[in-house]
Design a protein around this ligand. Structure first.
Ligand SMILES: [Cu+2]
Length: 475
């Protein structure tokens, strides 16, 4: 029964400031404005090469690049907290830190040359911002990302404070694969042949850097499982066997709970699950069904006496406060995503034919394009013109059209968008990354309320760095 759950005691009078108390009916709770806590959480991230065991419990030591002694730093904030991170660079190449999914001010977005000078060897940069939204996010470098992410430079950022009913446990499951060569080093992170297709896959599959870890959960309890796919390449098809679960957030954004059957989670995408923990000593298994043989990724094991939480009926999260796009007045832009090597036609639902009979000039560094334009030489020094320029405060619809036969998780910096075409049984969800299937088309909408120059790119990093990357301006 719901009454058996502990109510979430709200801090800082967050709701009292609003006009109405949230409702927990079918429509879900109401959003609420951001109330700063006045607290600043400080972290010092030192990017350096460190010998790390991969997988963490059993593997050989490899020269990973990490932000600290813990290969995967975890930052947890309360809603309304400010974050100050000093990022220091002790690698022999440039870095910057991008805060994926956080609607930061443009100067904090961590894109070299577009929003800041890259952090040089021996240098540092202070990132300070107050995340406007709750949820499950991550951060990673935005320079030479194929190698820097491949060697591990990433971390998790969680902003708490979105639960009406507190879960009995709150766990993080970070999916990433490693390219280990078996001789104490890393295998090649990319090849042109792989980058022109689905990308280069890691061969050591890990959750929280462990192979098929056992995650202990309070037996019978309600568990929040924050699943992040921070792999540069792999698109997982997730399922949980042995216990009921529901998707309660996509890319950190709460939505009316959707029963989990299977869920396609591309690079950079996240889902939060509410899971009924197995009974004492029992297990549930998180699988990736994408390959021919389902791959077990992690096990949830019920521990302690069984908690009585009644019927499985997860409560929706409190959504973040986003302006709703005005779809009547919104201007529409269309972006096409294509290979530079393959000519392709696509007939759209309105009968229009998009034809690319010729190919863009090929080089080893340009394999992919947005609107037939590739990012020059995978660098950021020479900026191409923006893909589009948006007027601050106006609503926009962006139609994303995939002309290729490969999947592309498309990510926009600076904004969280509404996905107008439902993808996996959900509706009206907010996201920062949307997965385009082969020859797929999806419309997204948002209010251009965050001024600045923002990246738009595929998050299969080899696609991004061989051309499938652009930027747009909100002014
Ligand atoms: Cu892609």
């Amino acid at each position: 029964m719901k009454a058996a759950r502990r109510p979430f005691l709200l801090g800082a009078g967050a709701f009292l400031a609003g006009a109405a108390l949230p409702e927990t009916g079918r429509s879900g709770p109401l959003a609420r404005p951001l109330m700063p806590t006045g607290r600043t959480v400080e972290h010092w991230l030192v990017a350096a090469e460190r010998m790390v065991r991969i997988p963490a419990d059993a593997g050989p030591e490899v020269p990973a690049w990490t932000f600290g002694p813990e290969p995967l730093p975890m930052i947890r904030l309360q809603r309304g907290d400010s974050l100050r991170v000093r990022a220091e660079n002790r690698l022999d190449q440039l870095i910057s830190i991008h805060w994926h999914g956080i609607r930061v001010p443009n100067a904090m977005d961590g894109v070299p040359y577009l929003t800041q000078d890259p952090i040089r060897t021996g240098g540092s940069f202070d990132y300070t911002f107050t995340p406007p939204d709750t949820g499950t996010f991550f951060f990673h470098t935005h320079c030479n990302t194929i190698e820097q992410l491949g060697r591990g430079l990433a971390g998790v950022l969680i902003v708490e404070g979105d639960e009406l009913v507190r879960h009995d446990a709150d766990l993080v499951c970070v999916l990433r694969d490693w390219r280990i060569d078996g001789q104490g080093g890393f295998a090649e992170f990319t090849s042109n042949a792989a980058a022109a297709k689905a990308g280069t896959f890691g061969q050591v599959r890990t959750v929280n850097d462990r192979v098929e870890p056992v995650l202990e959960v309070p037996a019978g309890g309600e568990v929040r499982l924050r699943i992040l796919n921070i792999d540069p390449t792999r698109i997982a098809l997730l399922g949980l066997e042995g216990t009921p679960a529901a998707v309660i957030a996509i890319d950190g954004n709460g939505l009316p709970p959707v029963p989990l059957e299977s869920w396609r989670l591309g690079p950079a995408m996240r889902i939060d699950l509410s899971v009924r923990a197995p009974g004492p000593g029992e297990e549930a298994v998180l699988y990736d069904y994408f390959s021919a043989e389902p791959v077990p990724l992690a096990r949830l094991r019920g521990m302690g006496p069984r908690l009585d939480r009644g019927r499985f009926d997860p409560a929706p999260l409190i959504p973040s406060d986003f302006p709703a796009p005005d779809l009547e007045k919104a201007e529409t832009f269309r972006l096409t995503f294509q290979s530079t090597a393959v000519a392709s036609d696509l007939v759209l639902p309105d009968g229009q034919v998009l034809r690319y009979a010729d190919s863009i000039c090929l080089s080893s560094a340009t394999l992919w394009a947005i609107d037939r334009k590739t990012w020059p030489e995978a660098g950021h020094q020479q900026l191409p013109p923006p893909l589009f320029e948006l007027v601050k405060g106006r609503s926009y619809v962006i139609e994303l059209v995939n002309l290729s036969q490969y999947q592309h998780p498309i990510h926009l910096h600076g904004v969280t968008f509404q996905v107008l075409d439902p993808r996996q049984g959900e509706s009206g969800q907010r996201a920062d990354t949307v997965l385009l299937g082969p020859r797929d088309r999806v419309r997204i909408a948002f209010v251009a309320d965050n001024p600045g120059d923002w990246m738009l790119h595929c998050h299969i990093i080899e696609h991004q760095e061989t051309g499938m990357m652009g930027w747009f301006r909100i002014a």
